[in-house]
Write a protein that binds this ligand. Structure first.
Ligand SMILES: Nc1ncnc2c1ncn2[C@@H]1O[C@H](COP(=O)(O)OP(=O)(O)O)[C@@H](O)[C@H]1O
Ligand SMILES: N[C@@H](CC(=O)OP(=O)(O)O)C(=O)O
Length: 461
């Protein structure tokens, strides 16, 4: 049995859904279909998830909801109309979307989660109706009924391991199942969503639960490329990645596949294939536990992500103080701030965190509490860092990768603010200023993928 997840781009219009129908019909093993909300039909379009966020905010601000409600409902109706599905067959979609406006929620976080989840939930109902209309015997599956239970974090939940036993029963059905991605229910039956892009996670959870032979993730690119195609023109297609390579690349900015979706696939040893709905006969990119390493091409991909902040601390004789780092991390933990990297020297340490965790008030509190806890000799908070990641299974065994990487960034005229190498055997992280990230990626791509020679001479006058 295969689990196939179709992203928002694959379900944005009736024309796109027709391609999905053809793909599902082409392979009878594609029995479980996980769907996102309708995505963008063109560059200027808005994803249904973003329309729903707007709808929720209109309600919070006591605005007039009719316009935005109609806009959302029309997205579903136009897809149904493409197939000639009578509107009365999908009447509950319109009712559900309008009813959101009067529903009562425990607080605004749960309210926002329920609005966002409505995008995939209604799309799963629509896709099941269209499948049946087009000759695929299909059933919409409610995440509450199938037992998709998640942690109680309204907009950033994680699967509860206890869900898997019940979810395994999905393999007992013979008809095609259509499951909405992106959300589950907490113990009190409130909807909680995964983080944005989280339908990939639902697909991976279901694939693990039913021990699928393969988890197919259908999107709008022919493969995962060695660099973001929005940064590097015509990047090389990757044919095969290991789970840990993909996890690092996804974490570092390859938004084509959610980094958290790798965890169920790793746990269940489920091979993942990323394929293009528009060119389903192309092989796409396989992601699996192991692969043969090509030592002439040790770097599989180069990713970058911005939105990082560095908390820089200098304290003379820091190395002599037992528990020094613990005190800093305790301050962050008390303020519910997680950290991403922590390069350190003899007297200096930088804690890199995601900037979206900080508000100006929280930033002042971090400084106040760290100063009280460790009395630093210097303390600075620097915003607008980007992390560029060079990823490949062969990196650790290849002499000169680090030298080539730093030289490549240098010839691009980019200054390095942090390097992290050795913590992971498959990656090198280079911190740069946000505005330099694309330059660094392009240069590293030329060095490691195009194998252009890096001239080290005269870098330092
Ligand atoms: N390295 C990469 N390889 C392929 N696509 C990438 C990469 N990095 C970023 N992307 C972007 O990811 C997009 C697909 O992800 P997403 O928009 O979430 O699709 P979907 O709507 O199918 O879930 C691509 O259109 C591309 O712009
Ligand atoms: N629709 C949700 C979840 C998702 O995974 O969407 P997509 O498959 O279009 O990236 C979002 O926009 O975040």
């Amino acid at each position: 049995m295969k689990v196939a997840k179709f992203g928002g781009s694959s379900l944005a219009s009736g024309g796109q859904l027709q391609k999905v129908i053809d793909i599902v019909k082409a392979d009878p093993n594609r029995k479980i279909i996980v769907v996102s909300a309708p995505g963008k039909r063109n560059k200027e379009d808005t994803k249904v998830t973003d329309l729903l966020i707007k709808y929720c905010n209109v309600i919070i601000n006591d605005g007039d909801v009719t316009g935005i409600q109609d806009k959302i409902i029309r997205r579903y109706q136009s897809i149904a109309g493409h197939f000639g599905v009578p509107l009365e067959n999908i009447a509950d979609i319109e009712i559900g979307i309008r009813q959101l406006a009067t529903q009562v929620f425990p607080n605004r976080s749960y309210q926002m989660a329920a609005f966002k989840a409505a995008g995939e939930n209604n799309n799963a109902k629509l896709v099941a109706a269209v499948f049946n209309h087009e000759g695929i015997k299909a059933h919409y599956m409610d995440p509450l009924k199938i037992g998709l239970r998640v942690t109680d974090v309204a907009n950033d939940a994680q699967i509860l391991p206890s869900s898997y036993q019940k979810l395994a029963r999905l393999s007992e059905y013979t008809d095609t199942l259509v499951i909405p991605g992106f959300f589950g229910y907490n113990a009190k039956n409130n909807i909680c969503t995964f983080s944005r892009g989280g339908s990939d996670i639902t697909g991976a959870i279901v694939a693990k639960a039913v021990a699928a032979e393969r988890y197919e993730n259908f999107t709008d690119v022919d493969a995962i490329y060695a660099a973001n195609p929005n940064v590097v023109e015509n990047p090389r297609k990757i044919t095969h990645l290991t789970f840990r390579e993909m996890r690092e690349l996804a974490y570092a900015g390859f938004s084509v596949f959610h980094d958290e979706a790798l965890i169920p696939a790793i746990e269940g040893k489920i091979p993942v294939v990323v394929k293009n709905t528009n060119h389903p006969n192309l092989p796409g990119t396989l992601i699996s536990e192991t692969k043969e390493i090509d030592y002439d091409n040790v770097v599989s991909g180069i990713a970058s992500d911005d939105g990082f902040t560095g908390i820089y601390i200098r304290k003379y004789l820091m190395d002599r103080q037992v528990g020094f780092t613990l005190k800093i991390l305790q301050v962050l933990a008390d303020l519910n701030i997680s950290y991403e990297h922590m390069p350190s020297g003899i007297d200096d340490l930088t804690v890199i965190i995601r900037s979206n965790q900080l508000t100006p008030e929280l930033e002042a509190l971090v400084q106040e509490r760290i100063e009280a806890a460790i009395q630093p000799d210097d303390f600075q908070i620097e915003h607008d860092y980007a992390m560029v990641m060079i990823v490949g299974e062969g990196i650790k065994d290849r002499v000169g990768t680090m030298a080539a990487a730093t030289a490549s960034v240098a010839i691009a005229g980019v200054s390095i603010v942090m390097v992290n190498h050795g913590a992971s055997p498959v990656s090198i992280t280079i911190g740069v200023r946000k505005e330099d990230a694309d330059l660094a990626v392009k240069s590293l791509y030329r060095t490691f993928v195009n194998h252009e020679t890096v001239h080290l001479t005269n870098l330092i006058d």
